[in-house]
Design a protein around this ligand. Structure first.
Ligand SMILES: *Cc1c(COP(=O)(O)O)cnc(C)c1O
Length: 457
């Protein structure tokens, strides 16, 4: 490759050995796991690209912060530090710590949604939509059509289609829309960013109708770096400036600290409205804990606060995006079908084009993830029909995108690891005709992708 990729802006202080296995061992392991990479033991995995969630390597400063945990039941100083981070970096007034992102989604859905409501969003996310639906709302996808085309290379593929949003408001009425859920970046579209112009326009439209905008801030720093690289007028702004402007177009956010917070566990709900905060504070004691620790220990809040400050370092985030792009370019140059452009946290293989002979209801992406594990010990995850689940009538949702996600944990792997991944995928592509689909042997009722089991056809 001609392009130069930025080297690591850190050095290694501690190492963690990883398992080197044989193909025979991996064939046994994947069978035992029901062809579901979620059910593999991590001891059997060589390079773990299952998720970038909670798999981050913390810095020396974050580890040092763990020793300063103030585990008081109420009024912990680490909560104050977390609150300061949210106020200074994201610009929201109130914060409620939760055990992770979905804890915040649960509380937000409960305080805002009434049965019969609609929540528009830029493509669904599994846990987010599950909480919206459990509280009686219907999710409506208002992302631009281009997001569903895995080959279309545009800068801000996560944007909301303002016409779709306006049509939904006309159709159901603003009073039936408690908030717009705006994710930055869009995980299921491939980690695609939203432009600042789009956030601003969505917020203005929402304000005109008295609708709130709640951001899913999980990968907001990646989104900010894309804005710096791609949107006119932002090249000379800092990541902090950009993040703050992004959140100036929102009334609150849910956050999974396990992603851009660079920690292993934690999250929060942030809000600007005092009344909503009161409602959330009343509920958090039922589901998580006191409003000053939610679902987190003092030391975990400290690590998250420190991680949030570190995440504003341009070198850190530019290197992260460069790693993802490196893997994407290697695969693309070898003719492997991937989602383009490459997003912020992962490279997505397009299983429809990889295994065109396997129908979607035989789970081509699920099978590709299993084959990649057998080939190389690399663990990835399905993001297609299995993740999409079933509708109210019990039929499969048939998402347009049938993908396998190769997710890069933050600060964990080197470019050499990524070379191993690329070589394995290229090898599988050569043998693609020999592979058949899968069928369910066990299907759980909700969030089925986590624990479902399969057999080859
Ligand atoms: C991970 C994630 C969540 C849920 O967060 P958890 O910490 O896993 O509960 C919500 N939204 C997006 C976009 C995510 O990636």
């Amino acid at each position: 490759m001609d392009k130069k990729y930025m080297a690591e802006p850190y050095k290694i202080k501690m190492v963690e050995p990883i398992a080197v296995t044989t193909r025979e061992q991996r064939e046994i392991a994947i069978k035992k796991a029901g062809y579901n990479t979620f059910l593999l033991d991590s001891d059997d995995v060589y390079i773990d690209l299952l998720t970038d969630s909670g798999t981050n390597a913390m810095s020396e400063n974050q580890w040092a912060g763990l020793m300063l945990g103030d585990e008081a039941y109420a009024g912990s100083k680490n909560f104050k530090h977390l609150q300061q981070a949210v106020q200074e970096l994201y610009g929201f007034k109130y914060v409620i710590p939760t055990h992770q992102g979905r804890g915040a989604e649960n509380i937000l859905s409960k305080i805002m949604i009434k049965p019969g409501d609609y929540v528009p969003g830029n493509m669904y996310f599994t846990t987010t939509r599950a909480h919206q639906e459990l509280n009686g709302a219907a999710f409506r996808d208002v992302i631009i059509d281009e997001a569903h085309d895995p080959e279309l290379n545009i800068a801000f593929k996560g944007n909301i289609d303002l016409n779709k949003l306006e049509k939904l408001i006309d159709e159901v009425g603003a009073e039936k829309i408690p908030y717009i859920c705006l994710a930055v970046t869009v995980n299921l579209a491939g980690g695609q960013p939203v432009s600042m112009a789009n956030m601003k326009a969505v917020y203005e439209l929402a304000q005109k109708h008295g609708i709130k905008v709640m951001m899913d801030a999980t990968r907001c720093v990646e989104n900010a770096c894309f804005i710096k690289h791609r949107e006119a007028g932002y090249a000379n702004k800092t990541i902090l400036d950009i993040v703050k402007e992004m959140f100036s177009y929102a009334d609150g956010c849910t956050m999974s600290g396990k992603k851009d917070g660079i920690v292993n566990i934690g999250g929060f709900l942030a809000l600007n409205d005092g009344d909503l905060y009161q409602k959330a504070a009343n509920l958090v004691v039922v589901y998580e804990g006191m409003p000053s620790y939610g679902g987190m220990s003092g030391r975990d809040m400290e690590a998250l606060a420190r991680g949030m400050y570190e995440s504003m370092d341009y070198n850190y985030i530019a290197h992260r995006l460069a790693q993802v792009e490196y893997l994407g370019e290697k695969l693309d140059q070898a003719g492997i079908p991937i989602v383009k452009p490459v997003g912020g946290h992962a490279v997505f293989l397009d299983a429809r084009r990889f295994y065109p002979h396997i129908p979607q209801n035989q789970f081509p992406a699920q099978m590709l993830a299993a084959q990649l594990y057998i080939e190389s010990g690399v663990r990835s995850m399905e993001r297609g029909i299995v993740s999409a689940g079933r509708d109210k009538d019990g039929n499969h949702h048939y998402p347009k995108l049938e993908l396998v996600r190769l997710t890069i944990p933050r600060r964990v792997y080197t470019y050499s690891h990524l070379d191993v991944v690329a070589e394995a995928v290229i090898e599988l592509y050569k043998k693609r005709d020999q592979v058949k689909g899968l069928r369910f042997v066990y299907e759980p009722p909700v969030l089925r992708f986590f624990t479902a089991r399969f057999e080859p056809n």
